[in-house]
Design a protein around this ligand. Structure first.
Ligand SMILES: O=C(O)CCC(=O)C(=O)O
Length: 292
């Protein structure tokens, strides 16, 4: 079914509102039906800057991964009567929980676990990277787990991946995997239409519209200003567990705030060609305080 904007809805990113209207939002185009056509996938990635591949991963396996992560938290963190794989926030953050993603926090442990490794060693992911990079590819060991719960008013600002990986080959591919259902209310990734074709000079002025003046890597935290300045819409969908996104490092993307009790969990993984020099900062397992 074709996704449609919902009238009179306001979405938020980092607490900043953006109306969910057709001048600002349009649906992502699915390429799942072209999965067995490598030339078409490469052509679409080049033309759209992304591939949206709904239902190409095993949903049950994705939900098992979700359950394995949330079962690392004390019981009080999850709503009574729900299962870890539901990932439903109780409203109570356990006392003494270390800061997100640093040593001692479950996310830090999880990205170093066998379950995480096993999930990401899926031939589907590696095979797709090899098709799209047109040769042997390797996954970079810095694989990020992102977990947002409601009321944080925190999301990923508009950015391009190249601004975070500028010390090596620009031939990098990102795969983004929602680990659980992730409709607009749960805080999915959204993509600025055709923005991989823009010159950085075109979005440079937006870096002044920022809630992080000391960090020049994000483009802006204001997604409406970003869309209007660049005259482009944000592409969105209601993601489900089992969906997969692949995107180019030049496309502008961001995420929405999580407003549901169901928590937002995702993994992003980068691939480079085996013969390319990777950014050295991406050769260690991720930690939220690694500065990369
Ligand atoms: O999951 C997010 O909010 C951000 C992920 C991202 O920017 C990426 O995968 O490149």
């Amino acid at each position: 079914m074709e996704a449609d904007v919902i009238p009179d809805v306001t979405l938020y990113s980092n607490g900043v509102p953006i109306p969910f209207t057709p001048d600002l939002f349009a649906p992502l185009r699915s390429s799942a039906e072209r999965l067995n056509d490598p030339a078409c996938l490469r052509e679409r990635l080049a033309s759209d800057g992304y591939l949206y591949l709904p239902g190409v991963l095993d949903r049950a396996e994705v939900l098992r991964l979700r359950g394995a992560y949330f079962s690392l938290f004390p019981d009080c963190y999850l709503a009574a009567g729900t299962r870890p794989e539901d990932g439903v926030f109780s409203g109570t953050v356990p006392e003494n929980l270390p800061e997100y993603g640093v040593a001692g926090h479950p996310a830090h442990t999880f990205v170093r676990s066998k379950a995480f490794d096993r999930f990401l060693s899926s031939p589907r992911l590696a095979g797709l990277a090899e098709i799209l990079l047109e040769g042997p590819a390797k996954m970079l060991p810095r694989r990020i787990l992102r977990h947002f719960q409601r009321d944080l008013a925190r999301a990923s600002r508009a950015h391009v991946d190249l601004d975070y990986m500028d010390a090596a080959s620009p031939r990098v591919l990102t795969t983004w995997i929602p680990v659980g259902d992730c409709p607009t209310s749960t805080g999915p990734l959204i993509y600025l239409e055709g923005s991989h074709m823009l010159l950085p000079e075109q979005y440079e002025p937006l870096r002044e519209v920022t809630d992080r003046p000391d960090d020049r890597r994000p483009i802006s935290h204001d997604l409406e200003v970003t869309a209007r300045h660049l005259g482009r819409r944000w592409l969105w969908t209601d993601f489900a567990a089992g969906d997969l996104m692949v995107h180019l490092p030049q496309i502008i993307h961001a995420s929405l705030d999580t407003t549901t009790d169901a928590m937002r969990l995702s993994v992003d993984v980068r691939f480079v060609r085996s013969s390319d020099t990777p950014d050295l900062r991406w050769l260690q397992p991720w930690s939220a305080d690694d500065g990369a």
